[in-house]
Design a protein around this ligand. Structure first.
Ligand code: MG
Length: 378
C-alpha cells in the first residue's frame, strides 16, 4: 500500500515511500504513514513523558511556568513544523525528529550531562545524549512483544545520531549503518537550527522573568533585540515594559525563523539542490541562517553565556546538582546491589559504570533528588 504525506513535497524532501524502513519489518497501518507512526510512538514513550520533569535551564525552584524540557521540545516541534512546511519538507518526519531530539538528556540539563560525562571519562568512556537517545529508542523502551525498543524508521534514528554534532566514522564504527560520512536529510537539518532559535529566545524570556536579566542588560547585549524593542516603543510608548519585552522577543523569533526559511530556500535554489541524494552528498549542511542573521544569533548566544548561564545564582545551583549526580554515581558504583533489580542484572553483562550511567541518565530531576536523599540521607 502506498504511504501518503498530507501535503505536496518539494523534490528535495524525504518522501516516506523512500524510507529505508524499520529494523524489524511491520505491516503498514491503514491510514498513518511510517513517520506519523514514529511520531506517535515517541509521544507514547516513557522517555518522552519524563521530559516534563527534566530541567531545560531553570529548575522548578524558580517557577513552574518556566520551560522544562518537554515544553522546550514542543516549541522546537512548532518552529520546525513551520519551517518544514514553508520549505516543502516532510513535516511528519520533521515532527517525529523534533519530538525525539531531547529524549536522551539526563536530569538537570547541561550540568547533569557534563557531570555524567566527566564521571564516565574516569572510566575512559563518555556520556553523550545522542547515543543515549539511540539506546532508549533501540532497547530501553519496552512496549512491544515483537521487538525491543520502538522500532523507529532509519531516518528518525539517523536524525537522532546526527543531531547537533557529527561523529567521526573511524571513532564510531558501531554507527556505520547511519552513513556518518553523509549529511542527514533536510528534515533533520531543520531541527538543529530550530532548537537553537527556540532555546535562545526562551532563555531570554525566562532569564528576564527570573529577574536574572534586566531590560537594560538585554538591550545593551543583543542589538537585534534592541532594534525591535526601540521600534515597538515608538509605536506603543505607554505600554508596560513586560509587554514591550514580549513583543520585541516575539518579533526577534519571527525574524530568525523567516530568515532561516528565506536563506535556506535561496541556498537550495542557487546551489541547484534537487534531490535527497544531492542533500546527502553535499559537503556541508544546507539549512541555516543568512550570514548577517547568523552573526546576530551568535551575539545572542554569547550574551546568554556571559550573562545568564554563568550568573552567580545559576552557578550556585550547578554546584548542588554536581554534588547530587556525583554522590549518587559513587553510591551505586560502590553498592551495585542497591540498583533496581533490572539494572543490577545488567552489571553481569556490561561494565557497572555504563549501567549506573544509563540508570542516572534516565532519571527525572525529582527522582534523582529523591534517590539522593534516600541513598545518601541529606
Ligand atoms: Mg533541545
Amino acid at each position: 500500500m502506498e504511504q501518503k504525506t498530507a501535503h505536496n513535497l518539494a523534490p528535495y524532501a524525504m518522501a516516506v515511500g523512500q524510507s529505508l524502513g524499520r529494523r524489524y519489518p511491520e505491516p503498514p497501518h491503514p491510514y498513518r504513514n511510517d513517520y506519523e507512526r514514529d511520531r506517535d510512538r515517541i509521544i507514547h514513550s516513557r522517555a518522552f513523558r519524563r521530559l516534563e520533569d527534566k530541567t531545560q535551564v531553570f529548575t522548578r525552584r524558580y517557577s513552574d511556568h518556566f520551560r522544562n524540557r518537554l515544553t522546550h521540545t514542543l516549541e522546537v516541534a512548532q518552529i520546525s513544523r513551520t519551517v518544514g512546511r514553508a520549505l516543502g519538507l516532510n513535516t511528519d518526519l520533521v515532527e517525529a525528529l523534533a519530538l525525539v531530539h531531547d529524549v536522551g538528556h539526563p536530569p538537570f540539563g547541561h550540568t547533569g550531562e557534563e557531570t555524567l560525562n566527566h564521571l564516565m571519562e574516569l572510566h575512559r568512556e563518555r556520556f553523550d545524549h545522542n547515543l543515549h537517545a539511540l539506546r532508549i529508542v533501540e532497547s530501553f523502551e519496552q512496549k512491544y512483544v515483537d521487538f525491543p525498543g520502538l522500532n523507529l524508521t532509519f531516518e528518525v534514528r539517523e536524525g537522532i545520531i546526527k543531531h547537533s554534532r557529527d561523529y567521526d566514522p573511524k571513532a564510531y564504527p558501531e554507527l556505520r549503518e547511519y552513513r556518518l560520512e553523509e549529511q542527514p536529510p533536510l528534515e533533520a537539518q531543520v531541527i538543529d537550527v530550530a532548537d537553537e532559535i527556540a532555546y535562545n529566545c526562551a532563555d531570554l524570556d525566562d532569564g528576564y522573568e527570573a529577574k536574572l536579566l534586566t531590560l537594560v542588560l538585554v538591550r545593551e547585549g543583543v542589538p537585534g533585540f534592541d532594534r525591535l524593542y526601540g521600534r515597538f516603543e515608538r509605536e506603543y510608548p505607554a505600554a508596560i515594559e513586560k509587554l514591550k519585552f514580549n513583543e520585541a522577543l516575539k518579533r526577534l523569533m519571527d525574524a530568525l525563523v523567516t530568515d532561516l526559511i528565506d536563506a535556506t530556500r535561496d541556498r537550495l535554489r542557487k546551489l541547484q539542490v534537487r534531490t535527497v541524494e544531492d542533500v546527502r552528498s553535499w559537503d556541508s549542511r544546507l539549512v541555516g541562517l543568512s550570514p548577517p542573521m547568523a552573526e546576530e544569533n551568535k551575539r545572542l548566544k554569547e550574551f546568554l553565556f556571559q550573562k545568564l548561564y554563568s550568573h552567580s545564582e545559576v552557578r550556585a545551583e550547578r554546584k548542588r546538582i554536581i554534588k547530587s549526580v556525583e554522590g549518587l554515581f559513587k553510591h551505586f558504583m560502590e553498592r551495585p546491589r542497591s540498583l533496581p533489580p533490572s539494572y543490577f542484572v545488567k552489571t553481569k553483562e556490561e561494565p557497572p559504570h555504563r549501567v549506573v550511567c544509563d540508570y542516572i541518565g534516565g532519571m527525572t530531576d525529582h527522582y534523582l533528588l529523591e534517590q539522593y536523599r534516600k541513598c545518601l540521607g541529606d
